[in-house]
Design a protein around this ligand. Structure first.
Ligand SMILES: Cc1ncc(COP(=O)(O)O)c(C=O)c1O
Length: 400
């Protein structure tokens, strides 16, 4: 079956639910058993990882079908949902490390994941070293005897460097370290983590899977080997997601393949248009042939989502960029991405880099912003961005 067909059909059982196309929402804390024997059987089934309804914390049909569908699409063994994308990034780390361990984390990691490593892992005696996302197989120089985990995110948050995941995974596995990946940008359709050596793959389902900017949720899919530790930590830390949210995420999944095609196409057109503006130093979009990560992206990815970055020329003032952001009408100013609507946000990579410099040696950089190309007509998005650049120019000229 083609992947897109799977997104439409996985986990649907109308015969079980009075013929309804969608599985109704099963809200539950307590789930009753008729007899002691039934209760004891449910406990046994749970220990054997048979799907059932035992207690709301451990899921109802809404959660089970979403987890099964995501595990299949990502290509892993099993999946667990989490209450947020951030929870999905950080709690599973605890499955694979203990006090005295060392982990390697990409310098381009999502900011709050970095904070978790710096603050919480440190409290538990786990040391983090950040590595250059362009390191590839050179990561072997950073491996220590106590390095048990490598956390990758590709393309990186904000700066969009593409990593050589197979090369990193090969080194990590030689040292028996687990490779964990934040695969939110790649989505379960455009990057297949388990075909590239990843052991544990994270989705901020909040983004393209939900797709409508109305649910916070995460998911973690693991290989058979990495699964037992993940399962135990998820359960011991009481991680779950609500049935209503699982219902909405499943609804989002049904249209995700089609939405992604549009995000891919509009994102590239918009990025190409922006790249031609004289105030732009470079566009950070791996699907553009000019991007340094393009070859790796072409080798490993099946598509691009709608999120990319823009670096303005060094002489441009931050206030000129603020004028651009304040003047556009179709791009909302706010956190997150992956919904149906376009977004824009300024950022400064220097605030969250320690292993690498921004800009890199020999490069020049001014203020930066991130764009999410939504599902509006791309001509409208380009015209609106044109108004934004006009406002930027006006502000920039007013200071001379
Ligand atoms: C790459 C990446 N990972 C994880 C997250 C966290 O997801 P959530 O907002 O659901 O906690 C985000 C949120 O923006 C993100 O951009």
């Amino acid at each position: 079956m083609h992947e897109d067909t799977k997104t439409v059909h996985l986990g649907r059982h109308p015969e079980r639910y009075a013929g309804t196309v969608n599985t109704p929402v099963f809200r539950a804390s307590t789930i009753l058993s008729e007899t002691v024997a039934e209760w004891e059987q449910k406990k046994k089934d749970r220990a054997l990882e048979k799907q059932g309804t035992y207690y709301g914390l451990h899921g109802t049909p809404n959660r089970h079908l979403l987890e099964d569908a995501l595990a299949e699409l990502e290509g892993g063994y099993k999946c667990q949902v989490y209450p947020s994308g951030l929870a999905a990034c950080v709690v599973p780390i605890l499955a694979y490390v203990k006090a005295g361990d060392h982990i390697l984390v990409t310098d381009s990691v999502y900011g709050p994941t970095r904070r978790f490593c710096d603050v919480q892992l440190k409290r538990f005696g786990i040391e983090t070293t950040y590595y250059d996302p362009l390191i590839g197989g050179g990561i072997s120089a950073l491996m220590r005897s106590n390095t048990n985990l490598v956390f990758v995110e590709s393309p990186g948050s904000l700066t969009f460097e593409v990593q050589d995941i197979p090369a990193i995974a090969e080194v990590a596995h030689k040292h028996k370290a687990v490779v964990m990946m934040d695969n939110t940008w790649g989505t379960p359709l455009y990057f297949k983590p388990f075909e590239h050596g990843v052991d544990v793959s994270i989705q901020a389902t909040t983004k393209y899977i939900v797709g409508h900017s109305d649910v916070i949720m995460g998911s973690v899919t693991a290989t058979r080997e990495a699964w037992p530790a993940l399962k135990a930590v998820t359960s011991d830390f009481g991680q779950t997601a609500a049935p209503d949210d699982c219902y909405l995420a499943t609804r989002g999944l049904r249209t995700m393949a089609l939405r992604l095609k549009q995000h891919h196409e509009s994102g590239i057109k918009l990025a190409e248009w922006i790249a031609q503006q004289p105030e732009v130093e470079r566009v950070l979009h791996p699907a553009l042939p000019t991007d340094p990560g393009h070859d790796l992206w072409k080798r490993d990815f099946k598509g691009a989502c709608g999120l990319f970055g823009v670096v303005l020329k060094a002489g441009i003032k931050p206030e000129a960029l603020h004028a651009l952001i304040d003047s556009v009408e179709l791009y909302g100013l706010g956190a997150s991405w992956g919904g149906f609507e376009s977004l824009i946000l300024h950022f400064d990579p220097r605030e969250i880099r320690t292993a690498t410099t921004w800009p890199r040696e020999g490069q020049s950089a001014g203020p930066c912003f991130r764009v999410h190309a939504g599902l509006e007509q791309v001509e409208d998005l380009i015209a609106d961005m044109g108004r934004g650049f006009a406002a930027l120019r006006k502000w920039q000229q007013s200071i001379y």
